[in-house]
Design a binder for this molecule. Structure first.
Ligand code: SME
Length: 170
């Protein structure tokens, strides 16, 4: 008689379980950093470092913040290669679209995206979560991946939870 497969024998099973456990830890750690001491910019930087270093499919993690010019996102703390896109008007690129549409945008393959600002040819997918103060857009959390279709509901939930915690210190 064949025994039923042991736990972890199914393709992707460990990966999914590991992702859930890792993301639970990262949510707690990011919330602890954001609620902790230090200047807001330093805390945002620590969150970028944490996410980029711990999640294999996050290759660039950064915050864009709305500064003195209304309707423009300015590059804030980030972890990854420097980008040319330091200032992005609402509506332009995936970042500008998330601000204009006021919602999380996930692009699972940037090759199919017409309104896109390329930071590096290595980037294949992107997720952007807008940050709010009451009704106003005050910035965004932006993540690039070198993999196609890397983002699941777990990524969205983790990053939206971190964004809600980041809004409180901005
Ligand atoms: N790809 C973004 C620009 C920002 S970089 O990813 C850091 C966009 O299309 O808005």
């Amino acid at each position: 008689m064949r025994s039923s497969p042991a736990r972890g024998d199914q393709p992707g099973e460990n990966q999914v379980e590991d992702k859930g456990a890792l993301f639970g830890e990262l949510k707690n750690e990011a919330e602890r950093i954001l609620a902790g001491p230090g200047a807001a910019q330093q805390r945002l930087q620590a969150v970028c470092d944490l996410l980029c270093l711990r999640v294999g499919h996050y290759d660039w993690v950064g915050f864009y913040l709305v500064g003195s010019t209304e309707g423009v996102l300015e590059l804030g703390p980030f972890h990854g290669k420097p980008t040319d896109h330091v200032s992005i008007p609402f509506g332009k690129g995936v970042c500008g679209r998330a601000a204009a549409e006021r919602k999380t945008i996930i692009v699972q393959d940037v090759a199919g995206e017409t309104n896109y600002l390329s930071c590096s040819p290595d980037v294949r997918a992107e997720i952007v979560i807008p940050l709010f103060r009451r009704d106003e857009i005050i910035g965004e959390l932006d993540i690039d991946s070198h993999e196609i279709s890397p983002f699941t509901q777990e990524d969205r939930e983790l990053l939206e939870a971190i964004s809600r915690a980041a809004e409180k210190i901005l």
